[in-house]
Ligand binder design. Sequence first.
Ligand SMILES: CCCCCCCCCCCCCC(=O)SCCNC(=O)CCNC(=O)[C@H](O)C(C)(C)COP(=O)(O)OP(=O)(O)OC[C@H]1O[C@@H](n2cnc3c(N)ncnc32)[C@H](O)[C@@H]1OP(=O)(O)O
Length: 248
Amino acid sequence: MFNRERTRRHMTDGAFASPFPVEDPVALAALEVAQSGLAAAVRALADATVRTRVAAPDLAAVAEQVETLTARLLAEAQEGPLGLETDSAGRLRDHGNAMVGMRNPIAPPLVVTGDESGSTSCALTLGAGYEGPPGYVHGGIVAAVLDQVLGSVPAHLGLPGMTAYLNTTYRRPTPLGAPLHCRGWVERVDGWKVHARGEIRDAQDLVTAEAEALFVVPRWAREHLDRPTGDAAGTAPGGEAAQEPSAS
Ligand SMILES: CCCCCCCCCCCCCC(=O)SCCNC(=O)CCNC(=O)[C@H](O)C(C)(C)COP(=O)(O)OP(=O)(O)OC[C@H]1O[C@@H](n2cnc3c(N)ncnc32)[C@H](O)[C@@H]1OP(=O)(O)O
């Protein structure tokens, strides 16, 4: 079972049942709806901030209102990052995660699905706030998407590891504002090490970027997991496309 302190930093969005009981799941579910609603509204605000053409006085007035709202949220806030939390369904969640975090307005948020073969999948569209080259997704964001989707591969195998390396090849620019699809799959499992591969394809089904990565279960986490069972080499890529983000 998981030790709260030692798994605090671990990334495991919904992949594992939580050992910590939820006192009032109905109240927590209502809170989650409000939390994801706020994140979605702030995400839309960030997008509008990038794209707005309103005049300077309007910008100043909006900034003032936003500062008031920020102070209201900080009236009761925790000191540092969220780490892991138990959701209303009793799953461990990293709600603050920069790619998938339900409470994080910086997260697109990705909804990554996967299966026990380790194949993962995610449908996404990235807006103006993720721009790098004009009209295209920033290369660091492309790598972050691949890191998350490939990083979900070992988690679905029950071996949630941290990225030891992620080698990304950019084949062609990744368009903003158009549907994309990212997939990950297992290449090889070697004890506590999972080698994964993956790719992003655009709406024309062309590969825009691909990556090969190594994920390692850190020594400090191993005692909390089952022993690794062996080599899953040759597992075919696959998995279902993600649904719309939700609070669950
Ligand atoms: C339902 C949905 C599910 C979704 C789930 C979401 C999942 C989350 C997705 C998250 C996605 C985002 C994820 C993120 O953003 S993770 C954030 C970015 N990554 C990090 O910060 C990791 C920092 N590094 C470390 O913590 C440790 O060094 C790690 C964990 C990597 C190793 O740990 P530790 O130091 O305790 O282990 P060890 O030294 O005994 O080494 C063990 C073995 O590993 C081999 N080795 C180590 N490094 C390398 C290397 N660079 N190349 C080749 N090999 C390497 C090493 O030789 C040895 O091999 P062997 O001698 O045993 O053969």
